[in-house]
Write a protein that binds this ligand. Structure first.
Ligand SMILES: Cc1ncc(COP(=O)(O)O)c(C=O)c1O
Length: 394
């Protein structure tokens, strides 16, 4: 099909929830995506932090092909070898003792919220139902996760919202202390707010939150849907903060593009879910967890997380260098390969379009922030190419 034919079909039949760009891709390899006409683009967005190993990594493709030919799905009525193996890998690499698999980030967060509530319920505290999250956070698009998301624009049309979510200001420990009460069940944090413009949280704040949770039997949930699996230059972002969450969630990069979500918990909490309390038809099926296993194996073999760290340092330094003294630039920020450049003028979408015309894909936030989420296999040469183009545009 031509691009025009695809666009016409989509416009006619797909519900219009996305403002799509005038592009459709046909093929991908490593850092590159190829459009319908064969034009190549360096992908500095990775399907919004999903394609950690770039596009169509040969190990991932081979494993998925082999698994698809053997068995794609049974149900969770039966044991599933790659699911058990992936859970073991997650537990070996993180502070989790047990894992529940779903299909997306929002679903993983829903599971985390349910687990926090059931922990208090089964401990004789059914009144502890309140979840505190941050203003400007993003936790997903389901009804409970839009209620937990601290952004009015996602909520207005869907009121009344799922009750008992409260929002506090990032890095304001006093407001959090004032907000905690006898009904508080959990505090849920993104350690780097991605969707709202790449805002890392203060380390001291996170450590104070951990302490408050310990003192008050409040569950600390860390949403690592975007930050997890190496994105920040550590396997999990919580490692930067020298804390361990009670529960954390992952999704995006875990399957390298195959939909998967994971709710990961310490035994103290995980044991409160028993048969009937939670479930998923597709969650953790053969195909998705086979992909997850390959991601872990390639990460270990090819030192992918170290590359994310090293390239993150290089990328931010390079962005500082090419924007130094430029009045258009307000701030370069981020951690690992989660990088944002805030502008002083609302021209982020123009820059994004011009980069696209020149064969580079990035994201934007609120018209003022350039958002970079390259695959974790990105090289200095790739970064140099993007920066040369960006520098000429700026
Ligand atoms: C921090 C965070 N949590 C949750 C989600 C929701 O994930 P999904 O779109 O897979 O439901 C996202 C998606 O961008 C995210 O960035």
């Amino acid at each position: 099909m031509t691009f025009e034919e695809i666009k016409a079909l989509d416009e006619q039949h797909v519900i219009h929830t996305y403002n799509r760009k005038d592009l459709a891709f046909k093929k991908g390899k490593g850092m590159l995506l190829y459009d319908q006409d064969g034009k190549a683009y360096y992908d500095f967005l990775s399907g919004i932090a999903v394609n950690a190993l770039g596009h169509c990594h040969p190990d991932l493709v081979a494993a998925i092909q082999e698994q698809a030919a053997n068995l794609i799905h049974t149900s969770n009525y039966y044991y599933i070898e790659p699911q058990a193996k992936l859970a073991q890998k997650i537990c070996a690499h993180t502070c989790a003792d047990r894992v529940f698999f779903g299909n997306s980030g929002a679903e993983a967060n829903e599971g985390a919220i349910k687990l926090a509530k059931i922990y208090h319920y089964k401990n004789g505290h059914p009144e502890r139902i309140e979840i505190i999250t941050l203003r400007n956070s993003f936790h997903g698009r389901t009804l409970a996760t839009i209620a937990s998301t601290g952004q009015k624009k996602y909520q207005q049309a869907y009121e009344p919202l799922t009750p008992a979510f409260t929002h506090v200001e990032i890095n304001d420990i006093e407001e959090l202390k004032r907000t905690i009460n006898h009904e508080t069940a959990a505090i849920m944090l993104e350690l780097v707010q991605g969707e709202s413009g790449v805002h890392p949280i203060d380390k001291t704040y996170v450590q104070q939150v951990r302490k408050l949770c310990d003192e008050n039997d409040i569950i600390l949930i860390i949403d690592e849907v975007q930050t997890g699996m190496g994105r920040t230059g550590k396997l999990m972002a919580y490692e930067h903060f020298d804390i361990e969450p009670d529960i954390f969630t992952m999704a995006k990069a875990l399957g390298g593009g195959v939909p998967i979500g994971a709710l990961c918990a310490k035994e103290k909490f995980a044991k409160y879910f028993v048969p009937g309390d939670h479930g998923s038809t597709f969650g953790g099926n053969f195909l998705a967890t086979t992909a997850g296993n390959v991601i872990f194996d390639v990460f270990d073999r090819d030192h992918i997380v170290q590359n994310a760290h090293d390239m993150g340092v290089y990328f931010r330094a390079k962005l500082e260098e090419i924007t130094k003294g430029n009045p258009l630039i307000k701030e370069i920020r981020g951690i690992g390969l989660m990088v944002g450049a805030e502008l002083n003028e609302p021209i982020a979408d123009d820059i994004c379009k011009k980069l696209q015309d020149n064969g580079f894909l990035i994201g934007t936030v609120a018209g003022k922030i350039l958002r970079f989420l390259p695959p974790l296999i990105v090289t200095k040469e790739d970064i140099d190419k993007l920066c040369a183009c960006l520098s000429s545009l700026l």
